[in-house]
Design a protein around this ligand. Structure first.
Ligand code: GLN
Length: 486
């Protein structure tokens, strides 16, 4: 087995047992990236100083220093997370040459743990999309089938782990963008409870829904990385002030007596039969090992996609007002006065999907339509959150598919925004209610495309969903996300 095929937990032990060095690991990742990146296209920017950082880790190990368990582990970062001195494009022409003067809080944590940042990863422009096709920079291909999308918007983050171009990665999730690409690429992805990971330095899409989270090959890896990045941050006013005892030490794969809620609304029409079957099989496996399965109902699910697209677009239209050609990045070359400069800059700098969201958001916030759309969406949001709270009185975990279908072909849905939006049905409810959820692989189609299952927990119940995911992973004998065909 090559080093790039191993998990962070395995590599962490190997580094300590001197079975490999951080430099060897980093070289292996660089070689692998050189070999597959042209086909996969996960990276926007590669970090040239990775090897130097790995040397420093080996030196620290040699000096007998106590290092964080993730020290020396190669990590890729979604390109909407601010990295001091490294271009952060949000896959937009607007920020194509923007180099942040500061780090996101998660980046300070990644650096203080001596992880090795290998590159900044492709995504849908400003994280708007489900296929990474709205990127201005390039297309990303699914490592399991290069004709297919990797999912989105953190498509580069999932594809890079599944291609062996990094061991773990960070993504962001506003309506499913960590879980959906994880499902489509066969990786494990965690969307943490709103407020548990600092958003300081994450370029805002919809501030009340956005969360940064980890992607990896295994539940242990995701748990380790979550433990590193979570925690209160005074730089983020929405950061939750509480104790974070660490999920890795608490990992437990015993599901005896665990109550799993299965909401019937997530298994209806539109969910592919392969997906349904594989999720049901996984639930049965957990049941036969002692879990209790209960059918539940979350009736407002049918309004979730509409609610999400109203709230997310409203916030996006406000957040993206800052890109005006004055403060950041791109400015149109020719213009006639200030207003014309704004117009030309924004017309040329944003892609079609971003413009669509800004227009939709401005519309639902306009005085004539605010009550009919935005206010109503906020009421439905409360209803969705209440139904989840009620459900968590009866069960510990809710299991659903992550995405209605396996990865689709590049180009297949890009001209049909409503079809693309409707695919978000299983994931957006979680962001609307501010809950944590994890996507784990639960099988493959006949042609070898991965399928994903979502486990949703009550607020701050990361440990419960990680334990359930860990139990399932153990029962399956582990996951493997790197295809032999690549
Ligand atoms: N697919 C959803 C959207 O396009 C979710 C994106 C995300 O989570 N960033 O809005």
């Amino acid at each position: 087995m090559k080093l790039y095929e191993k998990t962070a937990a395995e590599l962490s032990d190997m580094l300590r047992a001197k079975e490999c060095s951080a430099v060897e690991l980093c070289k292996d990742i660089i070689e692998r990236t050189n070999a597959v990146e042209d086909k996969v296209g996960a990276c926007v920017t590669r970090c040239e100083d990775a090897l130097q950082k790995a040397e420093a880790v080996d030196k620290a190990f040699a000096e007998g220093k106590e290092l964080h368990p993730l020290a020396g582990i190669p990590i890729g970062i979604k390109d909407n997370i601010s990295t001091k001195g490294i271009r952060t494009t949000c896959a937009s022409k607007m920020l194509e040459n923007y180099v942040p003067p500061y780090n996101a809080t998660v980046m300070n944590k990644v650096e203080s743990a001596n992880m090795i940042v290998t590159g900044k990863l492709n995504m849908d422009e400003f994280a708007m999309g489900s296929s990474t096709e709205t990127s201005y920079i390039k297309k990303t291909h699914n490592p399991h089938n290069l004709d297919c999308v990797p999912g989105g918007s953190s498509g580069g983050s999932a594809a890079c782990v599944a291609a062996g171009e990094a061991i773990v990665s960070l993504g962001s999730d506003t309506g499913g963008s960590i879980r959906q690409p994880s499902a489509l690429c066969g990786t494990v992805g965690l969307k943490p409870t709103y407020g548990s990971v600092s958003r300081y330095g994450l370029v805002a899409f919809a501030s009340s829904l956005d969360q940064i989270g980890p992607i990896g090959k295994s539940v242990k890896d995701v748990s380790m990385l979550y433990d590193l990045i979570c925690g209160h941050d005074k730089m983020d006013a929405t950061s939750a002030y509480r104790e974070y005892p660490g999920t890795f030490v608490g990992l437990n794969n015993d599901v005896k007596g665990l109550c799993i809620g299965v909401p019937k609304e997530y298994f209806g029409e539109g969910i592919d039969s392969y997906v349904k079957e594989s999720v049901f099989n996984a639930i049965k496996l957990l049941e036969s090992n002692g879990a209790i399965v209960k059918e539940i109902s979350l009736p407002s699910t049918e309004y979730a996609v509409n609610t999400y697209y109203i709230i997310a677009s409203a916030e996006a239209s406000s957040n993206l007002a800052r890109f005006d050609g004055v403060k950041y990045g791109f400015r149109a070359k020719e213009y006639d006065g200030l207003i014309d400069m704004y117009q030309k800059t924004r017309s040329e700098g944003f892609g079609d999907e971003v413009k669509r969201r800004i227009m939709l958001g401005t519309f639902v916030l306009s005085s004539g339509f605010y009550d009919a759309y935005y206010k109503k969406a906020k009421l439905v949001q409360r209803k969705i959150a209440q139904e989840f709270s009620q459900a968590f009185k009866e069960c510990d975990v809710i299991i659903t598919p992550t995405y209605p279908t396996p990865a689709f072909k590049i180009g297949e849905n890009i001209d049909d925004p409503l079809k693309m939006y409707s695919g978000d049905i299983c994931t957006v409810t979680v962001n609307i209610a501010g809950l944590p959820a994890i996507s784990v692989p639960c099988g493959k189609t006949e042609s070898g495309l991965p399928l994903g299952m979502q486990m949703i927990g009550a607020k701050f119940a990361e440990q419960t969903i990680l334990n359930t995911a860990y139990a399932y992973e153990t029962l399956c004998g582990g996951f493997s996300c790197i295809p032999d065909t690549l």
